[in-house]
Design a binder for this molecule. Structure first.
Ligand SMILES: Nc1nc2c(ncn2[C@@H]2O[C@H](COP(=O)(O)OP(=O)(O)O)[C@@H](O)[C@H]2O)c(=O)[nH]1
Ligand SMILES: [Mg+2]
Length: 322
């Protein structure tokens, strides 16, 4: 056994993922599919938080009512991972003010995790077992009914990309034809570029944290972006060609297999999150997003101290004039 695999066996790595987007795009369904596929079985209702089973059933339905998270231990390529999945309430479309508040709530949650690291860092005696609760990646769901990013998507993405690695995905890709999906992916890519939105970029340069064989796959990944996802329906679906039960969706004209990479990019996305880019997401969260937040907080503290000094001086000056 080489030293690396020995180290891997004994350490548990923490990974925290979040889903964000407008309501009824399949975020909660995605969380459930991820948990189910990682454990290779369908979870019963008493194994996961009840909210994971409360999917949005109609446009009037609120679906996920409040942000919740749960942690589950998984093993990927011989490595134990303590995975925390964070589900968020869907954004509303028809109330700009409420939408801004909802985005702020998501950002507050992400920043609260940074605050925990900050508090731990300033302790004289640090807890060696402190859990890393920072959000390492955020999957952002894009409505496939739009012709690219909506103005609201752009506003939301500009705010959240300042705090977290964001992976935009096309939601409910089963509702598009191959041509429509390709067009939408291109339109989203163009919009991201035009509006200079710094979503997570798959580049071959940072090969320090990405294993070498993966670098070759980067181009393939780039061509797929933004990934498309399809979540299964609750009903038991049988693949007509194999007779096996699959995670899928049944249509009059055929069956979709959510784990078939010809049908959608879920398996690729899962592999990126759980394996190939996991370490890079974590490193970037700590070195880029946390560092940025920490600097802002320290500057803000300094500024408030300076203001109070100035205010104090002004008060004394005013007093001496009386
Ligand atoms: N056609 C289709 N429907 C989906 C997909 N994922 C979820 N749904 C359905 O869309 C509705 C909303 O899903 P939900 O996961 O609650 O969305 P959320 O509000 O974003 O969490 C539910 O009725 C799901 O069954 C998908 O990939 N394709
Ligand atoms: Mg939901």
């Amino acid at each position: 056994m080489n030293p690396r695999s020995r180290r891997r066996k004994h350490t548990i790595s923490q990974l925290n993922l979040m889903v964000v987007g407008f309501k009824a795009l399949g975020k909660t369904s995605f969380i459930r599919m991820l948990a189910d596929t990682l454990h290779n079985r369908q979870h019963d209702k008493d194994e996961l938080p009840p909210a994971v089973f409360e999917v949005c059933q109609s446009p009037e339905d609120v679906g996920t009512k409040e942000l919740y998270s749960f942690t589950t231990e998984v093993e990927e390529e011989g490595e134990k991972i303590s995975l925390t999945l964070v589900d968020t309430p869907g954004f509303v479309k028809d109330n700009e003010l409420r939408l801004d508040v909802q985005v702020t709530e998501v950002l507050r949650y992400i920043e609260a995790q940074f605050d925990q690291t900050l508090a731990e860092e300033t302790k004289v005696k640090r807890n060696p077992r402190a859990v890393d609760s920072q959000i390492h990646a955020c999957v952002y769901f894009i409505d496939n009914a739009n012709n690219g990013l909506s103005d609201k998507d752009i506003r939301i993405l500009k705010r959240i990309t300042a705090r977290v690695n964001v992976l935009p995905v096309v939601a409910k890709a089963d509702l598009l034809t191959t041509t429509q999906l390709a067009k939408l992916k291109q339109a989203i890519t163009n919009d991201l570029k035009t509006h200079q939105i710094p979503v997570f970029a798959f580049t071959a340069e940072d090969d320090e944290d990405v294993e070498s064989e993966i670098v070759e796959d980067i181009e393939k990944l780039q061509k797929l972006l933004p990934f498309s996802v399809i979540a299964p329906e609750d009903a038991e679906i049988t693949d007509p060609s194999t007779g096996q039960i699959i995670r899928g969706r049944q249509y009059a004209w055929g069956v979709i297999d959510c784990l078939n990479s010809k049908h959608c990019d879920f398996v690729v996305l899962k592999n990126v999150l759980m394996n190939t880019h996991r370490r890079l997401f974590k490193a970037m969260t700590l070195e880029v997003f946390y560092e940025q937040y920490r600097t802002e907080r320290l500057l803000a503290r300094k500024a408030s101290r300076m203001i109070s000094k100035e205010q104090k001086k002004k008060l004394l000056d005013d007093l001496s004039e009386i």
